[in-house]
Design a protein around this ligand. Structure first.
Ligand code: CP
Length: 311
């Protein structure tokens, strides 16, 4: 069944049924990935252009592999090495890609809203692979996929996101996704990294709360997600000392003891080990961080397949 959407920009307007459809389709894609030969002809003859104006490992590689496993022609464009370095504007870059016949554009950009500009300029599908602080919908979908596999139905589950919330597009998209599936989301971090008003982000009132004390936030949690301290987006004074941050908010074994015994630990990556998460937790028995990365492939195959019409 198609998704009845041309673009994937964020999860703010996704219904529970649409999210479920993406996750269920990703389960089917996982079955394809388990076969000895994973390639299927679904997108044969289609061209996908991955335009990454900001650094990425997980997202770029998994979008590229997802396109290849579906038999699309995949082209990668990075800011360095492209005509952006010669001063070409974003709009002109997009028009060039349109003229060369892209069927889908996957775009990462440091400026919030850049993929929305791309939708105005392009006739093809646009997939937001992360725009500034704003949104990272494919990451949120792969997080939902991984959590659902571990916890089942998310209704009423306590999901805690700890860290640099203010700069996090992952947190923003996950708040929409987790609450749309009925989970309670607790946002935790120092007040300078917690935007005011985030508790009102969900349209399901009362599902998002803010807790400044990490031990209280993690108490009884079903899932704890540590977020990277985004030093590159940090403006002066927001966080005076990383050691103090780690002591108060780092996800470590002692702090995790407050959560449910079967708590799962997530991190969207890349990690600053020893800052927002300790190595013994990142690689410990409760961690599903590597499964998150692996889920990215099935989810991105699902996104391509559904946006292409689900046939
Ligand atoms: N989670 C994530 O977006 O990772 P990359 O920056 O490596 O793509």
């Amino acid at each position: 069944m198609p998704l009845h959407r041309k673009h994937l920009l964020d999860l703010d307007d996704f219904s529970r049924d649409e999210i479920t459809q993406v996750l269920d389709t990703a389960e089917s894609m996982s079955e394809i990935l388990d076969r000895p030969i994973s390639r299927v002809p679904t997108l044969r003859g289609k061209t996908i252009v991955n335009i990454f104006f900001e650094a990425s490992t997980r997202t770029r590689v998994s979008f590229e592999l997802a396109g290849k496993y579906l038999s699309a022609d995949v082209i990668n464009v990075q800011a360095s090495g492209s005509s952006v370095q010669k001063g070409e504007s974003l709009v002109d870059t997009l028009r060039t890609i349109q003229a060369l016949g892209a069927d889908m554009v996957v775009m990462r950009h440091s400026k919030s809203g850049a993929p929305y500009l791309a939708v105005e300029e392009l006739e093809c599908s646009v997939i937001n692979a992360g725009d500034g602080w704003h949104a990272h919908p494919s990451q949120a979908l792969l997080d939902l996929f991984t959590v659902r596999r571990k916890l089942g139905d998310l209704e009423g589950k306590k999901l805690v996101i700890v860290g640099d919330i203010i700069h996090s597009r992952v947190a923003r998209s996950n708040i929409w996704g987790f609450t749309r599936m009925g989970a309670r989301v607790v946002l935790c971090g120092p007040a300078t990294l917690l935007p005011q008003g985030f508790e009102k982000m969900s349209d399901a009132n009362g599902l998002v709360s803010i807790e400044l004390d990490a031990d209280k936030a993690i108490d009884g949690a079903d899932m704890v997600m540590a977020l990277r301290i985004q030093k590159e987006r940090m403006e002066g004074g927001l966080l005076p000392d990383l050691r103090e941050y780690s002591a108060l908010y780092g996800v470590n074994r002692k702090r995790l003891a407050n959560a449910k015994p079967a708590v799962i630990v997530m991190h969207p990556g890349p990690m600053n080990q020893g800052v927002e998460i300790s190595p013994e937790v990142a690689y410990g028995p409760n961690s599903i961080i590597e499964e998150q990365v692996a889920s990215g492939l099935a989810i991105r195959m699902s996104i391509f397949y559904l946006l292409a019409g689900g046939r």
